[in-house]
Design a protein around this ligand. Sequence first.
Ligand SMILES: NC(=O)c1ccc[n+]([C@@H]2O[C@H](COP(=O)([O-])OP(=O)(O)OC[C@H]3O[C@@H](n4cnc5c(N)ncnc54)[C@H](OP(=O)(O)O)[C@@H]3O)[C@@H](O)[C@H]2O)c1
Length: 213
Amino acid sequence: MVSTLDGAAQHDGRSQPISTATDMRIFGTLRGLADVVIVGAETVRLEGYRPARARAEFADAREAAGQGPAPAIAVVSASLDLDYGLPLFTSPLVPTLVLTGAAAAPDRIATAEKAGAQVVIAGDGVGVDPVRAVQALAELGHTRLLTEGGPRLLGQLVAAGVLDELCLTISPMLTAGDAQRIAGGPSVAVPKRFELVSLLEEEGFLFGRYRRT
Ligand SMILES: NC(=O)c1ccc[n+]([C@@H]2O[C@H](COP(=O)([O-])OP(=O)(O)OC[C@H]3O[C@@H](n4cnc5c(N)ncnc54)[C@H](OP(=O)(O)O)[C@@H]3O)[C@@H](O)[C@H]2O)c1
């Protein structure tokens, strides 16, 4: 996740204006390590999400770890209102997953499956239960899970206690306005404590890695 000094997680609906090339390099590295990238449907819609690429520098490590050539993207959606004409569905290297609840509209599940997505049910209602999502992905052999947000999804992962690490880029920018913070939704009863594992700096950007204590 990337945040400005005043806590904005996006500018004009995208994170790119507050990011930097080094941030994107770290973003790519985290993808290179992951089995699956979990992302909220609104981020997919607003950022025009594309499938993950296979990258030569990670090929050997991925093969040794029994991973596919690139992580699958797992889109979390209750509505299943997704553009199935996007490359994310038409030409992924590994099939895109769609995480939804058992009460999701059957015709929309059928549309997603027809588009080649693997639909994974991880909740009893229309929504996804984060704990169930982690379990369902583990049953498919996916245990190295990376989430790229957005804030509404990340807030639920924090509240459910399934987030054990945070890689956070602090961008030396101020945007004012009312952009979301990196994690939204209802606040937790007791603040969750994380410890700093590493901190890098380049051109005023701070790249922190935090682990749940
Ligand atoms: N700063 C950063 O690092 C960063 C990272 C990512 C995104 N962003 C920014 O964040 C903004 C979008 O984030 P957002 O918080 O508005 O949305 P989001 O978390 O990306 O997506 C929200 C959507 O995800 C689905 N969803 C979330 N929780 C669900 C659950 N429990 N069960 C089923 N579906 C669930 C719903 O999709 P349906 O509506 O389809 O049901 C919901 O509308 C964009 O502006 C993006 O640029 C910033």
